[in-house]
Design a protein around this ligand. Structure first.
Ligand code: GUN
Length: 287
């Protein structure tokens, strides 16, 4: 038996279409256009690609996109001054500072300088606290996209055993909070977890977010489980560059009940959720 393939690309297109409909209505009824500011410091090639795609998709749904590209040696004071300007700008409803930042900049300090109401990444300490206590928060985009796909596939997640492999602030920890809020029994596993294979085999929902190519083989997957693969790893195979996930797809697809592919699974959902968060921030700002 082969698993159902969860088509994140098609799902993300539906989310973007819904966002575009709302944006058009806001424009018609209130003369309001949501605006997203993206700040990129330095020239990391992967970050440049992400930022470019964010800009394209933001404009495609009818929002304003403001891109701020700063040199790698930008001082913390200059970056904080830009964030203060964006916080005060009524045309900007969402602010995203692309990570990773160059080493001389304190990412926590920079993120916590963003107005929490405009923090469309959901990384500000206020939003982290709101999410952890079940209050209305900006929710990080990648875990939000995973949750939307899981709810779409399962309906209710209540009572399911979920294992999140990876404990990052961007994916692992907020993913675990969201699954807990949906009444899953949640384990966060990581590189130091003992008997990781056994822990994974207990999961009805297995979320892999470790950033290690094909680390999780099919025999770590419980038969019929739903596998969400957050990894996007570029590897060389047969002399060609290839994108693979954190899960060994060819073996896992034989065992799982449903699985997200890489590419075309979680990846497209992240930007779609960023646009949805920007719309939410705009609606909340204008009551
Ligand atoms: N770098 C990798 N993923 C992300 C993300 O979701 N948001 C930001 N700001 N930077 C990232």
């Amino acid at each position: 038996m082969s698993a159902k393939i969860i088509d994140g690309k098609a799902f993300a297109a539906r989310v973007r279409a819904e966002v575009a409909t709302h944006v058009a209505r806001l424009q018609e009824t209130q003369g309001l256009t949501p605006g997203l500011a993206v700040v990129l410091v330095g020239e990391d090639p992967a970050s440049q690609v992400y930022v470019k795609n964010k800009g394209i998709q933001t404009r495609e749904v009818g929002m304003n996109s403001y891109e701020h590209k700063l040199s790698a040696d930008t001082s913390e004071a200059d970056l904080l001054a830009l964030i203060a300007r964006l916080n005060a700008d009524p045309a900007v409803h969402g602010i995203l500072v692309q990570l990773p930042l160059p080493k001389h900049l304190d990412a926590d300090l920079v993120i916590n300088a963003i107005d929490p109401a405009k923090d469309v990444d959901g990384f500000h300490i206020s939003n982290v606290g709101l999410l952890g206590t079940g209050q209305k928060a900006m929710v990080p985009c990648t875990p939000l996209g995973c949750l939307m796909m899981l709810r779409d596939h399962h309906g209710s997640l209540a009572g399911l055993t979920a294992v999140v492999v990876g404990r990052s602030n961007i994916v692992g920890k907020p993913m675990a909070q969201l699954l807990l809020a949906d009444s899953c029994t949640v384990t966060i596993a990581h590189s130091r977890t003992k008997d990781l294979a056994e822990v994974c085999r207990r999961a009805d929902i297995l979320v892999a977010a470790v950033g290690r190519p094909e680390m999780i083989p099919g025999d770590w997957v419980k038969p019929g489980a739903t596998v969400i693969d957050v990894g996007i790893n570029r590897i060389e195979r047969d002399g060609k560059g290839k994108l693979v996930g954190d899960v060994h797809f060819d073996s896992a697809v034989q065992v799982a009940g449903a699985i997200t592919p890489v590419p075309g699974g979680v990846g497209p959902m992240t930007i779609a959720c960023l646009l949805a968060n920007t719309l939410t921030a705009c609606c909340r700002a204008h009551g």
